[in-house]
Design a protein around this ligand. Structure first.
Ligand SMILES: Cc1cc2nc3c(=O)[nH]c(=O)nc-3n(C[C@H](O)[C@H](O)[C@H](O)COP(=O)(O)OP(=O)(O)OC[C@H]3O[C@@H](n4cnc5c(N)ncnc54)[C@H](O)[C@@H]3O)c2cc1C
Length: 366
């Protein structure tokens, strides 16, 4: 059976950052990317534009390319590049990491497919993958989470009522329906926005947007009864943030290009350019962590919504098993679910694996 220093499970940002670091640290590594099915339900596939991270910006490369072209007086090419918008998204970052590893880092083996089992026996982990087993001294899990989506009952082209989240997906792909206030909240600063949710968190998000941008904010509970504390309600009233409890029955838009608002059963409509979904998590993909008996957080939640407990190194309660990215949570930190936090924890985890491996090498000598 093939044995690795490290196996990384998950082909998202956390997995990519771990694989790059492992390769750069010289660890014999297997990186299991996942399958079409796991990708479809992950953020690695659906995050369309990153612009909240220093350095992840098209101008970093654009300015260098333009400088080179200017030296060679390519006026037409310069104009083309200046006017082009280069999206930086999760898929491109992951693809680029795979290409870099395939080109220059032979210690990292990349495998397509799902890991379906994880057990620890003594100091060694056994991972089931594509109907085979591999052994590994350490494992990094970065299998991600999925947000709860708003179900909207709306008539399709044939006039039939369909209760599904699919109506909002085209707008989510265009960054008009948003999911992450830290990542995308700033996009709403000049426009009106609807928070879709009914909890204290939804109220907090509405208040935060109003305080930051002084824009018009609504809370749409989509037929649910709001569960909002008295204090928060007072602040919402003061900020004239309206709560609309009627079910959403239609989206106002220009085709699927631009969202203009929502229609309700008993309330005419609201005009907004953005919506921010605040319905919590649909799932934490924690099955492999559970199989290995790793401790979970969020005791009051059902198992499928519980994050994996980690310490400051990204290590779970099982020695040698690390969890990074959106699936992991520390007791002493708020939820950290961004590209830069996934990367930071990936580096901490992999460096810990590397430190332990080198310690053993030295011990063997002395
Ligand atoms: C709409 C949206 C916009 C966002 N925008 C930003 C932004 O602008 N800036 C920012 O910093 N953050 C942003 N974020 C957050 C950021 O995208 C996430 O924090 C980050 O992508 C998490 O990476 P991850 O590796 O934890 O998970 P994911 O990217 O979800 O990756 C999980 C991976 O695990 C794989 N997998 C799952 N199960 C298995 C298995 N059994 N075996 C093998 N593989 C498996 C999947 O195929 C997938 O490749 C945004 C999030 C959302 C939802």
């Amino acid at each position: 059976m093939k044995k690795y220093d490290l196996t990384i499970i998950g082909g998202g940002i956390g997995g990519a950052a771990s694989a790059l670091r492992a390769g750069q640290n010289g660890l014999e590594t297997l990186w299991i990317l996942g399958s079409k099915k796991t990708r479809k339900r992950s953020r690695s596939q659906w995050v369309m534009n990153l612009d909240n991270i220093v350095g992840f910006h098209e101008d970093v490369i654009k300015s260098q390319v333009i400088k080179t072209l200017k030296k060679n007086k390519q006026d037409e090419a310069i104009a083309l590049i200046e006017n082009e918008h280069y999206h930086i998204n999760n898929r491109l970052l992951i693809q680029n990491t795979i290409q870099r590893i395939e080109k220059d880092i032979p210690q990292v083996t990349i495998g397509e497919g799902e890991a379906d089992s994880l057990q620890k026996s003594g100091d060694i982990f056994t991972i089931g993958f594509n109907e085979e087993s591999v052994e590994s001294t350490a494992v990094v899990l970065s299998t991600g989470v999925m947000d709860e989506q708003p179900h909207i009952q709306k008539q399709n082209r044939k006039g039939e009522w369909e209760d599904t989240p699919k109506w909002i997906y085209p707008f989510a792909n265009r960054e008009q329906v948003l999911y992450c206030i830290r990542c995308e909240g700033h996009l709403t600063k000049k426009d009106s926005v609807a928070i879709i949710g009914h909890s204290n968190t939804s109220a907090e998000l509405a208040m935060m947007l109003h305080e930051r941008y002084n824009n018009k904010v609504y809370i749409l509970t989509n037929g649910e009864t709001p569960v909002i504390s008295e204090d928060r309600q007072k602040i919402l009233n003061n900020y004239t943030i309206e709560i609309i409890e009627e079910p959403i029955v239609g989206l106002l838009s220009e085709g699927v290009k631009q969202l203009h608002g929502f229609e309700f059963e008993n309330y005419a409509s609201v005009s907004v350019r953005y919506a921010l979904v605040s319905l919590g998590l649909h799932r934490v993909y924690n099955e492999l962590a559970c199989q290995a008996d790793a401790r979970l957080m969020d005791e009051n939640q059902p198992e499928e919504k519980r994050h994996v407990w980690i310490n400051h190194k990204g290590e779970t309660s099982v020695k040698g098993l690390f969890a990074v990215g959106d699936m992991a949570k520390r007791e002493d930190e708020p939820m950290m679910k961004q590209v830069y936090t996934a990367q930071e924890y990936a580096v901490r985890a992999v460096d810990t694996v590397d430190t332990r491996r080198r310690k053993v090498m030295r011990q063997k000598i002395v």
